[in-house]
Structure formats: C-alpha cells, structure tokens
Design a protein around this ligand. Structure first.
Ligand code: SAM
Length: 396
C-alpha cells in the first residue's frame, strides 16, 4: 500500500488516524460522508494533517506555495494591503493559515518600507506545529514588526478595519462528493474496505449511497448553472461550508478588504462535463495523487476552489465582490516588476534570479493561470490595483 518509506512514527500516526476514522465510520453505521472523512483526516485533534505534526513545507515536505517560491508574492500582496490601509489611515491585518510565516514576514517588511504598518498583524492558524514555525520565522524581524504579530485561536470578535487575506487555505475546506447516476445523484462517502484482524487499522474505500433530496437539488442546480450535460458516472464535489466559514472569518471586518488566493475556476469551467472526476488532489512529499485514503493524517487533501460560489458567499456576507483575476494579473497590477527592482537594488545577479521566480509565479504553465485572486470590499469604494489590468468577474 505504501512503498513510500514511511518512518516508524509516520506508520504509527497513520494507524491511529485510521482507527479514529474507522471508529467514526462504525458509529455512523458503516458509511461516513466524504466531507466528514476529509474533516477528520485534516483536522482531528492531534492526528489530522493540519492538527498533527506532519512535515508540510520545504525539503521533505508536501508542497510549495507562492510565498515560498518568492518574496515577490508577499511584496505584491503588501502593495495591495498598503492601498487599503492608507485609505483607512490605519487598521489591522488578519492572515488566515500562515504556513511557515514567510508571507507574514514579507508583507510586514514591505508595509514597513511603504510606511503603512498595521496596528496589529493577526494570524489565525489551526496547526500547532506551523504556529511554532511561524514564531521562528517572525522572530527574525525587527521588534517594531514582530511585536505587532498576535496568534488567534478563533476569528476576531471585536470589529476592526483593515485587510484579511488567505493564500491556499480555502482548498483545504472539506468538500462533499457526488456522482451522476442513471437514477439521479449518489453521494460518495467512505466505508471500511478491509480490517485484517481485530488489532489492525482499517483501510477505506469509496462507497456510494443515494443523495439526499437537498444534495440532489444542489447538484442539479450546479449542473444547470454550469450549462453542463453530465454523463452517468460523472463525479465532482462542492464545498457546503464555504459560505458559513468565510462569513465567520470575515464577520468582524467593519471596513476594508478581503483577498483570497487559491487555485480554482468559475462554476461553468469547474463543472465542465469533460472533467469527469472532479478536482480532488492529495499532496504527499511533493507527489500529487488522487487517492485520499492512501495515508490519512500524513497527506494533504485539497479540492479546487469554485470561485462563483466564493463570490456568492461574499455577497451573502454583505461584501461587494470588487475583483477576480489570475495570479499573473494580480501580481502585474501590483507592480511585480517594480518590486523586483526594489528587492534586487543594484545587484544584477539577484535581479536575474528574481526574474526566474517571477516566471514561476506568472507563467500560464506554472502558477500564473491556475491560481486566482478574488477581492471583497466592505464599506470602501476603492479600485484595487491587482484587479484593474484584467477583470474576470464576467466569467463567474
Ligand atoms: C497550504 S498551507 C498555505 C500556507 C501559506 N498561506 C502559504 O501560502 O504558504 C495552508 C495553511 O492554512 C492553515 N489552515 C488550514 N485550514 C485552516 C483553517 N480552517 N483555519 C485556519 N488555518 C487553516 C494550515 O495550517 C496552513 O498554515
């Protein structure tokens, strides 16, 4: 099953996770929704991928994100934040899911240069080991910057003005899986495939059951809105908690902007009839795989973000959806070329190196088109530079 050279600790952690999920399957009567499975595999206290100790970033880690590739990403995010903070004449920043802390460090350093430091820089983070890593990273900043940083266990409750942003966090929100069948829709969930002896940790497999009336209606509405003609066997996913979760983490923002960065598509493209098995992807040691049952607790499980649903979530939370574009145009609109000059100064070798990083962030075959940016505004009328070069809201 593995062939992945798991360490003894990893084998133990994965077995505990399997037992934990197995118990949840048993107590649900032998079938667990995929949404619940994904929640446990990522967030079960002490065992889940984000709540346990799996090594997620860097050498031996599972993935590389835009801020890890280059400081240019953080510099451009900082420029966008600076425009909002300048208009507000102050405010706070909330970063959701800060990874290694690299993005926070880059954003704070650039906001300092621009003279628009936020009063507080909050980080909402679920992972204890990543929080420790963020502390290490941010410890290297000068006191005037690092003293502004504060970690939150839950979204802020007191109202504030400022900016909220998240890079590659929405793709971890648990999704529900469905399949088009001859008789309608089935919900794809999880059952125990094999339990070799009372002491062995269970293995899991997909198991379908007829979708509830609510899920069938939701799937029918998605197909109609996407103008899709799904064949029998077509499977995909949607994120039932997207609206509630995004409303909860942005509720305290009185005036300001929310910036979401992630890979994804608008509804019509997401549910394209030819994409017959959805967008679920797992990351383990830089390898991408589609099997969410392979190493529960050790592998990241993600689904692409459906940006039309994200725009609807923003509207229902009382925001104006102020922009939607690709990562390429967001970075270009925030002056990535100028940021390159700024970071390189007179060092021509450094400039060449940064140009290579910019290509990785911007080329269509790399991250440039797959990754998107979306902005929500509340109580502010502002043209955001990251969304003016190419506004793709008409595709939502
Ligand atoms: C793929 S990493 C991205 C990290 C960072 N934003 C970057 O771009 O490098 C996802 C981050 O979101 C955090 N995270 C995942 N689910 C979360 C949730 N529900 N609330 C807050 N943080 C979450 C993870 O612990 C991790 O720090």
């Amino acid at each position: 099953m593995d062939g992945d050279d798991l360490s003894a600790d990893e084998i133990r952690q994965c077995a505990l996770m399997r037992e934990h999920i197995g118990a949840a399957v048993d107590s649900a009567g032998g079938w667990l929704s995929f949404e619940h499975y994904m929640e446990l595999a990522l967030y079960a206290p002490g065992l889940g991928y984000y709540s346990g100790g799996a090594r997620k970033f860097g050498a031996g880690g599972d993935f590389t994100t835009a801020p890890e590739i280059s400081g240019l990403f953080g510099a451009c995010v900082a420029r966008q934040c600076a425009a909002v903070l300048a208009l507000l004449e102050g405010g706070c920043v909330l970063e959701i899911g800060a990874g290694t802390g690299r993005l926070a460090a880059d954003v704070l350093a650039r906001l300092d240069d621009l003279g628009t430091l936020p009063a507080r820089y909050w980080i909402l983070e679920v992972s204890a080991d990543l929080r420790a890593r963020q502390r290490d990273t941010l410890q290297r900043l000068k006191p005037a910057l690092r003293d502004r940083v504060e970690w939150l266990d839950t979204p802020p409750t007191r109202q504030f003005d400022g900016v909220i942003f998240a890079n590659e966090v929405l793709d971890a929100l648990p999704v529900a899986r469905f399949r088009r069948d001859a008789l309608g829709f089935a919900e794809l969930g999880v059952a125990i495939a094999q339990r070799a002896g009372a002491a062995a940790a269970p293995l899991f497999a997909w198991a379908a059951r007829p979708a509830s009336t609510a899920m069938s209606a939701a799937c029918g509405a998605l197909a109609a809105a996407a103008g899709a003609n799904w064949a029998d066997g077509y499977a995909s996913e949607y994120c039932p908690r997207l609206s509630a979760w995004t409303a909860a983490v942005t509720r305290a923002l009185k005036t300001g902007a929310v910036l979401w960065f992630d890979y994804g598509l608008p509804r019509a493209h997401y549910y394209f009839s030819e994409r017959r098995d959805g967008t679920l992807l797992c990351h383990f040691r830089q390898r991408v795989d589609t099997d969410p049952f392979r190493h529960p607790g050790l592998q990241d499980i993600t689904a692409w973000v459906e940006f039309t649903a994200l725009a609807e979530a923003g509207k229902s939370a009382g925001f104006h959806v102020a922009g939607y574009t690709t990562q390429t145009y967001f970075l270009a609109g925030n002056g990535i070329d100028r940021e390159m000059q700024h970071l390189a100064g007179a060092d021509r070798n450094r400039l060449a190196y940064l140009a290579g990083e910019a290509r990785q962030l911007m080329l269509p075959g790399e991250m440039g088109e797959r990754f998107k940016a979306m902005a929500w505004l509340r109580g502010l009328d502002l043209e955001l530079s990251g969304f003016t070069l190419r506004d793709l809201r008409h595709t939502l």
